[in-house]
Design a protein around this ligand. Structure first.
Ligand code: NAP
Length: 340
């Protein structure tokens, strides 16, 4: 069975001698009375740590302690937000919570202004942007079909160079992808929430101009968070606006795209190729049409593998621990109101 990512770092954390489940960590000390005793070098890693996380905390000048003694928390569990909710209710003194993923949708409901929340936005941009470029090239050059072929086939494919691209999202992944795309002389429009320019983009427009941006585009790349208003941001209406035979690349979250609409557009030829690192549902079930459409390349949420991510996450944690102790602004701060 294929287990789709992002399955680390929880899978990578392994058992650590100081492991304790979060509920057990919630100590008998009354909530709120602990804050006065903690110092900012005291960092908890829960529900469980790993050598590389302990090392990152130490590199930042901190020390890993039980949560009741900690000033801040590195949370490591991917899919159990309720565990973090319990822990924070029982230890409301924690002033900073580090989440290890760029997409934090399971944790969005508990984001608050009581403490600083950081995630890993932008941190994984280099490997993810590299995969986006690979999927773009694969779709433009028809590599999905050639990879499946068992005989010498006809020529096909198009140049990425000079293509009209639309990138949805203007964060870390997009910044890095713009850098990688520079030699291809593409005409790139970035659609983002806030009206801020980006180096390498011919134009940046805000989300209210999404349809205008998509009209006639040769390819669209999704690199934005999964939010209420970005679920199915690429649906039938949006796919119909693209140039016939356009390419869709998704390295964000599967549900950013209406899968049924994408399959229909691939079958009709309105979409000529797709490169999907993320799918909805995920894992993509065996027998799903996306597995068999020749113009589709599916990678099982591996744009940012565990091996690629661990050093990047370790570096972020070390830097944020250093900043936390020094009282400086943290990296990758999540806006609780925006949810990313
Ligand atoms: N495939 C993978 O393995 C993988 C790995 C890492 C991340 N991801 C996914 O990729 C997403 C982006 O990652 P990142 O590191 O680039 O995040 P990021 O730095 O937080 O950037 C998110 C960007 O999305 C923009 N945005 C928010 N709402 C939007 C909307 N309605 N329409 C268009 N743009 C919108 C934001 O715009 P403003 O800046 O203007 O506010 C921001 O530029 C993550 O949320 C995660 O879901 C996937």
């Amino acid at each position: 069975m294929v287990i789709a990512g992002p399955r680390w770092p929880s899978a990578d954390l392994g058992r650590h001698p100081s492991d304790r489940p979060p509920i057990a960590l919630a100590s008998s000390l009354p909530a709120g009375t602990v804050g006065a005793m903690v110092d900012r070098t005291a960092i908890a890693v829960a529900p469980r740590s790993a050598p590389y996380l302990d090392e990152a905390v130490a590199r930042g000048g901190g020390r890993v302690v039980p949560v009741e003694e900690a000033s801040a928390l590195v949370w490591t569990h991917q899919r159990k937000p309720e565990g973090l909710g319990v822990l924070l209710r029982e230890h409301p003194h924690l002033g900073w919570v580090q989440l290890p993923w760029a997409g934090v949708e399971p944790y969005r409901d508990m984001l608050d202004h009581e403490r600083t929340w950081t995630n890993a936005k932008g941190i994984y941009a280099p490997p993810v942007a590299e995969m986006a470029l690979a999927l773009l090239l694969a779709a433009f050059r028809g590599l999905g079909g050639y990879a499946r072929a068992t005989t010498w086939t006809r020529e096909g494919g198009r140049r990425l160079a000079g293509a009209r691209l639309v990138l949805l999202g203007g964060g870390g992944i997009t910044r890095e992808l713009l850098r990688l795309l520079a030699p291809f002389d593409c005409d790139v429009t970035v659609v983002r929430r806030r009206d801020r320019p980006l180096p390498g983009a011919a134009r940046v427009v805000t989300t209210d101009r999404l349809h205008e941006a998509l009209a006639g585009a040769d390819a669209v790349v999704l690199a934005l968070p999964l939010l209420e208003d970005t679920r199915h941001v690429l649906g039938a209406a949006e796919l119909a606006l693209l140039a016939p035979g356009a390419v869709v690349v998704n390295v964000a979250r599967g549900a950013n795209v209406d899968t049924d609409a994408l399959v229909a557009a691939l079958r009709s030829g309105q979409v000529g190729g797709a490169g999907l690192d993320v799918t909805d549902p995920e894992p993509l079930p065996d027998g799903h049409p996306l597995w068999t459409l020749p113009e589709v390349v599916v990678t099982p949420h591996t744009a940012n593998t565990q091996a690629m991510a661990v050093p990047l996450l370790g570096a972020l944690i070390a830097e944020n621990v250093r900043r936390w102790i020094a009282g400086e602004e943290l990296r990758a701060v999540v806006d609780p109101d925006l949810g990313y």
